[in-house]
Design a protein around this ligand. Sequence first.
Ligand code: ADP
Ligand code: MG
Length: 297
Amino acid sequence: MSILVQNITKNYGNQKALNDVSFEISSGEIVGFLGPNGAGKSTMMKILTTYISQNSGSVNVYGFDTLQNPIDVKKSVGYLPEHNPLYTELYVKEYLQFHANIHHTSNNRIDEIINLIGLKPEKNKKISQLSKGFKQRVGLAAALLHNPEVLILDEPTTGLDPNQLSEIRNLIKEIGKTKTVLLSTHIMQEVEAKCDRVIIINKGKIVADKNLKELLENQEQIIEVEFDLNVDIELLNKIPNIKSVKNVFDNTWYLTFDNKKDMRSKVFDFAQENGLKTLQLQQKTNSLENLFQTLTN
Ligand code: ADP
Ligand code: MG
């Protein structure tokens, strides 16, 4: 077991940020930690990395208790905090040197990590001169310098443009092949693209802990359809095998079916039979999004 969280409660004054949170993560897993803003993700991560302590419960990381052996936990964990705090007046190499000194890692390792993270073209620049994507790489490099077993990444892709996003995503996926990774995000696609498992937290409580493959296999079928005219919801509810109907905007609807067979042709037939024109028709695979909305709304 790489991470073992048992009955963690954390209060900030009167406010309960975490309420009896428990979960386990095995070695080598990549787990997405999903929840709306204010759910308690960063608080949990700060406890996992020993930056703050809980009011009750226990956390064990790579065999070490966070309260009893915080130094050993820090040695085992690489942490990229939310908003990636960097010393932007330092040069990339200076900054990594600073981190290497903290962890007593060798200078060779700095060059090694610069190559691994794809920082070579920017390695002689000041951090303030770097794009957001490269700044994120510097944060990741610092977290990985001491070659930790466990990586804790707090919203590592928030604020990146689509190109930077896919680069950082791929990098994390690559790193994740040899490490245990817990990454927080409020972006569903992030989890679908990278993770083996998803833990969803809402208002300080864990509301779901699911294997992504199982989740995607058991998903319902959702069809997004746009008609040219307004339709009565009662009429839509008569489409065969329909489970639920939701109006997205104007004449666009989400139709949920409880069977696996592609129902697009049935929706098309329905439109024809009722004198409607179909302007748009597509199958959506957003079971995670549905789960998230149901559990955190
Ligand atoms: P998330 O990372 O999921 O957005 P946080 O863990 O940052 O959530 O916050 C959880 C809750 O705890 C929020 O309601 C937040 O306002 C509160 N909180 C976080 N840090 C502090 C703090 N240092 N002092 C007081 N309240 C805090
Ligand atoms: Mg946060």
